[in-house]
Design a protein around this ligand. Sequence first.
Ligand code: DQA
Length: 146
Amino acid sequence: MKKILVIHGPNLNLLGQREPAIYGRTTLAEINSVLKKAARKRKASLCIKQSNLEGEIVGLIGKAKSKYHALLINPAAYTHTSVAIRDALAASGILTVEVHLSNIYSREEFRHKSLITPVVKGTIMGFGPKSYLLGLDVLLDLLDQP
Ligand code: DQA
């Protein structure tokens, strides 16, 4: 069974109430339950974490390679600022897909740069909660490849 770690970064615990015009009304619990259902259908298991702390996310990434086959991450605001999370991903080498609910390029200029994208397999953004589902799907497809 393929094991995937899902990391939700800062403020994603507030989904549903947080800037609904941008992030929608779906809560994190709802996203997680849809993801779990999708994983079950594909006979994969998920471990889902949310953290508002950069160092905690660095720690989770550091341990991920030994426990999981792949990582799905929405680094949230740390996307644009965190050299530490980028370095942790580069050091780990775990197969990773980055996701965002919103299209970061259609928003403020400070969001136009992701420090994370250069060190992941690929990035999916702009499709709301569906970004996560697409990310999970592509990770499982990649893991299924011989
Ligand atoms: C986000 C985009 C980031 O710019 C923002 O800081 C977030 C959420 C997204 O999923 O659209 O917190 O990662």
